[in-house]
Design a protein around this ligand. Structure first.
Ligand code: KMH
Ligand code: ZN
Length: 312
């Protein structure tokens, strides 16, 4: 009997768009970041995607030493693939955002395929008057005005320098169809080297919506423009999370879940951990006769350098 298709589960442990007020289960101390990452891996995630937060109030951080502490803690207990953000948080400069990758030389990091409006502000009214920390509301408010930035200079800089300096490979983030054309441009010019790991991001305010037609359109566009050597994955923001990853898995994608993308496990039910979301999609995959990829299988599919070459 032919073996089942292996699906890479990425778990994005904590991002910048959710805040400690929004869920008591959102990790932001190093201990919680490490514990939730290890548990998410044990539940089936082959890749852990990390942002950093300041331990005292959960505000976004780009400090390489904070990332180092998370990575060392996770690597002491698992062989999971660790991917670092380069998008960071609204308001951080590109120089700041690239420092953790430069210093810690992870196997994977994100490369956002365009500057977008990335609106976190609609969440403000729900939590009015309940904020735990002073930075939370102004930060979300700032997303009205400040874009999530990744211009062509940033993209070319990352493509030209990071793989050569650090051996990192990219998780390319496409928030809309135009981003696939940007990726195709750099693939055709030789700056992007296959295999391409492409993440479709659906349901953010400012990006493409989370309709099934859009997943189909993104996938068809990628097939037409990028050739065969592509490992594609999907994520759905907020309430769309599990629906998007389930449809993607049926269509042949890898999947990304995690509290960065949604705080919920089901309608009205907060996820108590990242591992709960991984466990849920793992169950759905097994019902679909799909298998969760191990880190070793994911490394092979994504052409990664291996954990021994990581600096942290
Ligand atoms: N928050 C995700 C939808 C990054 O970290 O550079 C996109 C993301 C980008 O994870
Ligand atoms: Zn991220």
């Amino acid at each position: 009997m032919a073996s089942s298709r292996k699906v890479i589960i990425t778990c994005a442990i904590t991002g910048a768009s959710h805040t400690p007020t929004m869920s008591p289960h959102l990790p932001y101390t190093p201990e919680d970041m490490i514990r939730q990452s290890v548990d998410a891996h044990r539940a089936g995630a082959a890749v852990i995607h990390l942002h950093a937060r300041n331990a005292h109030d959960g505000s976004p951080s780009a400090d390489p030493e904070v990332f180092r502490e998370y990575m060392q803690g996770i690597r002491a207990e698992t062989d999971v693939i660790i991917g670092l953000t380069t998008g960071g948080a609204t308001g951080q400069s590109i120089e700041e955002r690239l420092q953790p990758v430069r210093q810690l030389q992870p196997e994977l990091c994100t490369l956002n395929l365009g500057t977008i409006n990335y609106g976190g502000f609609p969440m403000i009214p729900k939590y009015a008057g309940k904020w735990k920390f002073d930075w939370e509301q102004p930060y979300l408010e700032s997303t009205r005005e400040q874009p999530f930035e990744s211009n062509f200079v940033d993209i070319e800089y990352m493509l030209k320098h990071l793989p050569e300096e650090t051996g990192v490979r990219f998780e390319f983030e496409a928030y809309d169809v135009g981003h696939i054309y940007t990726l195709a441009f750099y693939l055709d010019s030789g700056l992007v080297k296959p295999p391409v790991f492409l993440q479709f991001v659906l349901g953010t305010l400012g990006g493409i919506g989370a309709e099934v037609e859009n997943i189909v359109h993104l996938k068809r566009s990628a097939d037409r423009l990028l050739g065969d050597d592509v490992q594609w994955s999907v994520l759905g923001s907020g309430r769309h999370q599990m629906n998007v990853v389930t449809v993607g898995a049926i269509m042949g994608s890898h999947v990304r879940v995690g509290l960065e993308d949604s705080l919920y496990l089901a309608k009205g039910k907060l996820a108590r951990s990242n591992a709960e979301q991984v466990h849920k999609i793992g169950h759905i995959l097994s019902e679909l006769s799909l298998e969760m990829a191990t880190p070793a299988q994911a490394r092979e599919m994504l052409g990664l350098k291996g954990a021994a070459q990581v600096e942290a």
